[in-house]
Design a protein. Structure first.
Length: 688
């Protein structure tokens, strides 16, 4: 058929038989695939077509070659495979009217199978079919963009708007003017229907591609020290803090009877099944002090913050009725326990680690715990967590005093630990938990965590008002909420999640007033920028990073961070000028942007990761994988951008410092304490 001024001409029989054609306007050739599994070309003119010419033996092999796509530079992209579901896309450069030996596009594109590749004339993107994990049908259309260095970036699924209502969605092609995307939806009965949409969907997906290679222009981290230290109670959490002077404070729980403590510390011997601890390291990795803190039963779920004097504030959960409390503290009486928790404790430890300045319980008759603590501008103490106690203390005038089940809570204590300034529930009818809190310049309180409640009190202007849910009753969504400084008013609340399991693990408010979130998802439809489908996969866990701005939490950046394994993000920090630092764990051998890592590359080897992303520069990043055999991590970034990391390892790593406090591990569940310095010519953070 020919395009005429008044429309298309009638179909005419060609002198050759083939399918899956590609036009090269410069050479006036049509490339096509015949049913024998080889590629041919014919030259066209107003007089008709030349005799078919078969491409050379480097192109046409005993396998099947098909779906040619020619670029404006004359490069030939095509698919090759011996099994229809195991294709790989190749590229061959022109030599006269022939082509040289083709080159495989590599695992970034071809892992999981790739076929039917259409490349943009300028080679800025590649559309292709793949049944890889994360597909909505048996064979979806994906796009890979070209990075700054010429490498292909991690493919992005075109989303359910394209990849749906079919057994497979095949053969993507864009019109020569770049305006329209054509594709075929293959039905279960074998019938195929051609569809078209605006090609703007490709440009929308290009908005924030995530680089798969290191961006050397970004700031990087170099190790200052790394040391083993004691053993972890695997049923508990971790906390870490680094101050402006470079001291590193770590917290957690231990059940090791020989846990290292220092002379003069508040508590030097284990009292219960598992006690909390606080340890302080100098900037060069020497142990300043280490103390245990606990009662006769078990402590768990800790978080830590430190003021400018070096005074430590600790929060967690305890089963111990004899947990050490101080006179005149808010609550010195244990309120009760059940299977997984008892009361929350909040304490203040003097700068030498030898004395409790205050220690108090907060709780009801059932069970609760807390995993987040921070200080406001006045020095008052904010904590967040979850409770199953209907009599958990709340205060008059707070946002929500109505207990409905498994409630999240936010509470504020006075700086001396004597007064409960406010306490409020936050949640719906099912499980709700606060993972981390944050404050903005106006002292508004940001709550992040996860929920299984379909009736969370979201606000009318929320970017996501509906609960995504999940396949299991244990699946839920992440959430972000904003409370007034006095805990009385809910200023904003929104879900963050798709139809799998999603959870937000960390939130910070940057000096640029933007909100930075991280967490993990297994939702194939995890919400990203409006109108942009994403690359999360339902069969694995990927980390995500989201940047919001304004009173209505408008998304300005969102990306998946991960590879072919499981990736979990624990903490996020802004270091200015669009740079974000994310830390967590991964067992992906192809974790994106990796630099300077050593050791086994095989999937299943879990490591800690530190990634720096520049969300204002198309999501470019560099990453460092660190500590083979690590299973858990917490991270903190100082005002100067330096980083402290507390991990749990199996002691097989060799990355501890030569002069470390302890160079030999203690077996499984050994703590690893590390400090990293930001290597950058210009500092990105300024003090308020």
């Amino acid at each position: 058929m020919r395009r005429r001024p008044n429309g298309w001409s009638s179909p005419e029989q060609t002198s050759f038989t083939g399918k899956e054609v590609s036009f090269d306007a410069k050479s006036k050739r049509i490339f096509y695939y015949d049913r024998g599994g080889d590629l041919f070309w014919v030259r066209y003119s107003d007089d008709g077509f030349s005799e078919p010419s078969k491409l050379n033996g480097a192109i046409n092999t005993k396998e099947v070659e098909y779906f040619p796509s020619i670029t404006s530079g004359g490069n030939l992209f095509f698919s090759r495979n011996s099994k229809w579901d195991q294709g790989r896309i190749m590229v061959s450069k022109p030599v006269g009217e022939d082509f040289n030996a083709p080159v495989d596009l590599g695992d970034i594109v071809n892992t999981g199978g790739a076929s039917h590749g259409f490349v943009a004339p300028d080679e800025s993107y590649l559309l292709f079919n793949s049944p890889r994990v994360g597909s909505y049908t048996k064979n979806d259309i994906w796009v890979s963009f070209r990075g700054k260095d010429g490498d292909w970036l991690k493919p992005v699924n075109l989303g359910p708007e394209i990849n749906s209502d079919a057994r497979a969605v095949l053969c993507p092609t864009v019109s020569p003017d770049g305006k329209y995307l054509f594709f075929t939806r293959l039905q279960k009965n074998g019938t195929g229907y051609i569809y078209w949409v605006s090609a703007r969907i490709i440009e929308e997906l290009r908005t924030r591609p995530l680089a798969s290679k290191e961006d050397a222009s970004l700031p990087q981290y170099s190790q200052s020290f790394s040391t083993f230290f004691g053993q972890h109670d695997p049923r508990s959490g971790l906390g870490v803090f680094t101050d402006s002077k470079g001291f590193v404070y770590v917290s957690g729980t231990t059940r090791a009877p020989n846990f290292p403590t220092t002379r003069g510390a508040f508590q030097t011997k284990l009292k219960g099944k598992a006690d909390a601890f606080v340890a302080k390291f100098s900037p060069d990795g020497h142990l300043v002090y280490s103390t245990l803190i606990g009662g006769s039963k078990r402590e768990h779920h800790v978080d830590i913050t430190v003021d400018t004097r070096g005074t430590v504030y600790l929060v967690g959960g305890t089963h111990s009725a004899d947990f050490p409390t101080t006179a005149n503290a808010y609550d010195v009486t244990f309120n009760g326990e059940k299977d997984w928790g008892g009361d929350v404790y909040v304490l203040k430890l003097d700068p030498t680690g030898s004395r409790l300045l205050f220690s108090t319980y907060i709780g009801g008759s059932a069970q609760e715990t807390s995993t987040s603590i921070l200080l406001d501008r006045k020095g008052d103490i904010l904590i967040g967590g979850t409770t199953l106690s209907s009599d958990f203390p709340t205060t008059k005038g707070s946002f929500d005093r109505n207990f409905r089940g498994f409630e999240a809570f936010v509470a504020k204590l006075s700086a001396d630990g004597r007064q409960l300034i406010f306490s409020t529930f936050f949640g719906g009818s099912e499980f709700d938990n606060i993972a981390k809190l944050a404050l903005d310049e106006a002292q508004n309180i940001y709550l992040s965590g996860n929920t299984r409640s379909p009736d969370l009190p979201v606000t009318t202007d929320a970017s996501q008002r509906g609960f995504g849910g999940g396949e299991s009753k244990w699946d839920g969504d992440g959430f972000l909420a904003k409370l007034s400084p006095n805990g009385a008013r809910l200023l904003h609340a929104a879900y963050l999640g798709g139809t799998g399991n999603d959870f937000v693990t960390s939130v910070v408010v940057g000096l640029d007033k933007r909100i930075y979130l991280t967490g993990s998802t297994i939702s194939a439809n995890f919400p990203m920028l409006p109108g942009a489908p994403v690359t999360a996969t339902p069969a694995q866990e990927n980390a995500f990073v989201t940047v919001l701005e304004g009173a209505k939490f408008k998304p300005v950046f969102a990306t998946i961070l991960g590879g072919s394994g499981n990736d979990t993000a624990r903490n996020v920090f802004s270091i200015g000028e669009g740079r974000i630092v994310v830390g967590g764990e991964t067992d992906s051998p192809d974790f994106p942007g990796e630099i300077g890592s050593t050791g086994d590359k095989h999937k299943g080897i879990k490591r800690l990761f530190i990634s720096v992303l520049d969300w204002e520069a198309a999501g470019t990043l560099h990453s460092m994988r660190y500590a083979d055999g690590a299973s858990y991590a917490a991270m903190h970034v100082s005002e100067a951008g330096d980083l402290a990391l507390l991990g749990v390892t199996d002691s097989t790593i060799t990355s501890v410092s030569v002069d470390a406090y302890r160079t030999k591990g203690l077996g499984s569940e050994t703590f690893l304490v590390s400090r990293f310095l930001l290597r950058d010519a210009e500092p990105h953070l300024k003090k308020k």
